[in-house]
Design a protein around this ligand. Structure first.
Ligand code: EPZ
Length: 419
């Protein structure tokens, strides 16, 4: 088993280049299966979730090569429309392959997806949207057998919640459907815009991605293109939280300022100085950060649920009491008992409200990463804590953070990975 060991209490001072966005790369890799030819996808981070997507692509018959951070997908020979349970269970995003399979083959066979255990995570919105588009879904032996006997047809879909995954699945399924599709209450995350940009470059006709109403006119077929994945706004927020917890100043290179607007205000309220210079972000941290009176997670452009855990870890030593409400997932406070082992004073109510009483200092402890962002939160806390923290179950962190220890070391932290 591997652990990350962090000796805390060192101020950070350094610069790091931001990785590509995992949550953009995953649906774009799924989309590459719909292209009859070779897609070249740059800035694709080297993560276990991306490897899981590549395994699915290979299983359905694509030829896939990785050259550094470029993934090259030749989908011209793709021929299978079923995904084995073992591959589906490796991550949540395996479900977006369903939209891609249905679009390319008119059918798909999948099982419910896996992924971080942060809530119930149903897929009802994905499935009801596909059904409206003429896909007949039958459950057989724990598998979802999906068929569009008369082809996928465009229609009006109004989402009950702006689900990121459901919006992606609809986009994938409908770009070559018969007739116009309109999605209302669509997710507006930058990752949706990146997927739409990729598909449009391939010949799709998507208008309005990034807004609540998206219009999709039918395209004949998708042609191969090169595409560069957007930078990972959640990892940028993670490095900002690392600085806020440890003190000092950190520069993150390769950011898109607009994507970080939902989080920068929070860091400023906590007393940090956040500056942008082109694609570089510099965060300077006061001696002790201040509490955030009230923070709640919301769909984009609200404060992202994926940054909740790391911001909670930084607030554990803020001056005063912060209240965090988690509005997206039911089970996203699993890092709280682990932070408590380090001396944090956090009380949760109904699983969705956390009251964080800032303490002067955390202390190193042996803790367990419970999910990807919760694992990152433990690293944030450890950087500001006194003494040594050992984080186990770091496979969760490897799902989403590329070269995590190396990047933290570049920022001046004392971090190593041990076997
Ligand atoms: C995406 O998950 C991200 N994952 C998550 O990041 C992120 O936390 C989430 O969006 C919200 O921003 C990827 O992009 C791979 P949702 P997704 O569908 O698509 C409910 C990370 O750490 N819902 O927007 O699964 C659902 O239960 C991960 O990188 C339904 O009820 O999120 C949740 O409460 C974790 N029925 C809410 O909507 C459905 O059919 C938002 O989920 C679908 C969703």
């Amino acid at each position: 088993m591997k652990n990350i060991v962090i000796n805390g209490g060192r101020k950070l001072d350094g610069s790091v280049s931001l990785q590509g966005s995992k949550n953009s790369a995953l649906p774009i890799l799924a989309a590459s299966a719909m292209v009859n030819g070779i897609s070249v996808i740059h800035n694709c981070p080297d993560l276990t979730d991306i490897s899981a997507a590549i395994k699915i692509l290979r299983y359905i018959g694509c030829k896939v090569k990785r050259e550094g951070n470029t993934v090259i997908v030749d989908a011209s020979c793709a021929g299978r429309f079923d995904i084995p349970e073992k591959l589906m269970r490796e991550m949540r995003s395996s479900i977006v392959f369903l939209g891609a399979l249905v679009s390319r083959f008119g059918r798909g066979s999948v099982t419910p997806p896996g992924g971080c255990e942060i809530g119930l995570r149903p897929i009802d919105l994905h499935l009801s949207a596909l059904q409206r588009m003429g896909v007949v879904i039958e459950e057989k032996n724990g598998r979802l057998e999906c068929n569009a006997p008369c082809g996928v047809r465009g229609c009006h879909i109004s989402l009950a919640f702006p689900s990121v995954g459901a919006t992606e699945n609809i986009l994938l399924a409908c770009v070559t459907a018969k007739g116009e599709t309109v999605i209302t209450n669509a997710a507006r995350e930058p990752e949706i815009v990146d997927l739409a940009d990729f598909l449009n470059r391939c010949g799709a006709r998507i208008r309005g991605a990034g807004q609540s109403v998206i219009h999709i006119s039918p395209a004949k077929e998708l042609v191969p293109v090169e595409h560069t994945i957007i930078p990972d706004r959640i990892i940028a927020s993670t490095y900002m939280a690392c600085a806020a917890a440890a003190g000092g100043a950190v520069s993150v290179k390769g950011v898109i300022r607009e994507h970080l607007m939902p989080v920068t205000g929070i860091f400023e309220t906590a007393g940090c100085n956040v500056m942008f210079s082109g694609r570089e972000l510099i965060v300077r941290v006061p001696r002790r950060i201040s509490r955030i009176r009230y923070l709640r997670t919301m769909p984009y452009p609200g404060f992202p649920t994926d940054a909740q855990a790391v911001v909670m870890a930084m607030l554990a030593t803020a001056n005063g009491t912060s209240v965090i409400t988690e509005k997206i997932f039911e089970n996203r406070f699993r890092h709280v008992p682990e932070l408590s082992k380090m001396g944090a004073d956090i009380r949760t109510e109904n699983g969705c409200v956390a009251v964080v009483e800032g303490v002067e200092r955390l202390r190193g402890a042996k803790v367990t990463a419970t999910d990807l962002r919760g694992g990152c939160a433990l690293a944030v806390a450890a950087l500001g804590a006194e003494g040594e923290t050992v984080i186990d179950s770091i496979h969760h962190i490897d799902r989403g953070c590329e070269n995590f220890e190396l990047c933290l070391t570049q920022l001046g932290a004392d971090v190593k990975r041990i076997q």
